[in-house]
Design a protein around this ligand. Structure first.
Ligand code: FMN
Length: 362
């Protein structure tokens, strides 16, 4: 249940088409009009993952702040980290509009943006101005017209190495034709070798080794998951992000919008992405960090991702429905859930429902 004020704000924003509303929310964050969230730090939520210290486990997922316009403002909303991008070497305009659709009854979104972004340089300049403050990850991708996609990822590592706290190699957007083919075993091996070599080279000169995560789709076969796990482990990848949007349209109420092409996110993605998360945790073992994303809408659903095997979680779509207070509500809610569970640390709850979620093939 959302409160009447939130309902009114949402009604106002929903008068606009989703992309205009998104632009307005970025403008509001830039202007400082959105109040910062006053959170009392809870040491039970603090964790070191992939060598980085996270104040709390909730992050803003990639795609909201594609051009690194508002990372600081997002962190002030209560997020423990935020991920800019996907950024590509050259600016590109993406697919024709309309290309974002709200499925209100389902609390879901379909998007086929196609990596619209201002390119590496624009995002780099903004991040450089932050001078390393804040837990900001950089999500990198390839231009649609690139004739060497792997080279685009390597360029991302080289360009952002001095300003990224971590990298995400996004090979799972359904909106760049052929991109998901990079998840196939041989292509993935080639990608990981090049990307991690570029990272190691940069680390040798800077003395700072930036972790690299791989973001995968939820629409994978068992063999596809086996292959990704094997390559992740053999290349000493720093972690996985599970998952991007889905091509599935199962169980939607809004049948009219369901026919739109693109990736589906929000509440209907929760089950599927959480099940894939658990099945990947089973495959990679306990040590590899995993960020769980897909349909997180509350402290309960965030904790469920952790119970299914996630170290950290991210969200995007449900903030469209719940508003900018959602991050703070979830972080405070997690502290209350830890009280209830009498848990000394959020880490203690990881994997406590791993078997349940791994068996649940949504
Ligand atoms: C409008 C929109 C744009 C997105 N753009 C990106 C992107 O550029 N790169 C990326 O890795 N994921 C992108 N995503 C996927 C999200 O990061 C996330 O993986 C997915 O939406 C599932 O989380 P959610 O259900 O909380 O939204 C986008 C999602 C939406 C809704």
């Amino acid at each position: 249940m959302i409160d009447p004020f939130k309902r009114l704000a949402r009604k106002g924003l929903f008068l606009f088409d989703p992309e205009t509303a998104h632009g307005m929310s970025i403008a509001a964050l830039k202007s400082g009009l959105v109040p910062a969230c006053q959170l009392t730090p809870d040491p039970r939520l603090r964790q070191t993952v992939a060598g980085l210290v996270f104040e709390n486990p909730l992050g803003m997922a990639a795609g909201y702040d594609k051009n690194a316009e508002v990372p600081e403002a997002l962190l002030k909303l209560g997020f423990g980290f935020t991920e800019i991008g996907t950024v590509t070497p050259k600016p590109q305009s993406g697919n024709p509009r309309p290309r974002i659709f709200r499925l209100v009854e389902d609390e879901a979104v379909i998007n086929r943006l196609g990596f619209n972004n201002e390119g590496h340089e624009a995002a780099f300049v903004r991040l450089a101005a932050l001078s390393g403050k804040g837990m900001v990850g950089v999500n990198i991708g390839a231009n649609k017209d690139s004739d060497d996609r792997i080279a685009d990822y390597v360029a991302g590592i080289r360009r952002f190495h001095s300003v990224a706290r971590y990298f995400t190699a996004n090979i799972s957007s359904p909106n760049t034709p052929g991109l998901r083919d990079l998840q196939a075993r041989e292509s993935l091996a080639a990608l990981l070798s090049s990307v991690l070599a570029a990272r190691d080279e940069a680390a040798a000169t800077s003395g700072r080794k930036v972790p690299v995560f791989l973001k995968i789709a939820p629409d994978l076969t068992e063999e596809g998951m086996d292959d990704i796990a094997a390559e992740a482990l053999s290349h000493a990848l720093d972690g996985l992000i599970v998952s991007n949007t889905t091509l599935s349209r199962d169980g939607l109420k809004d049948q009219r919008q369901a026919t739109e092409m693109g990736g589906l996110s929000g509440v209907p993605l929760f089950e599927k992405s959480t099940s894939v998360l658990a099945r990947m945790r089973k495959r990679v073992g306990a040590a590899l960090p995993i960020i769980g994303v897909g349909g997180v809408s509350s402290a309960e659903t965030a904790l469920e991702k952790i119970r299914a095997g996630a170290d950290l979680v991210q969200l995007y779509s449900c903030m469209v429905y719940e508003g900018p207070g959602l991050a703070g509500d979830i972080v405070r809610g997690l502290s209350k859930l830890l009280d209830r569970e009498k848990a000394g640390s959020i880490r203690d709850l990881r994997d406590t429902r791993l078997d349940y979620w791994a068996a649940r093939k949504a």
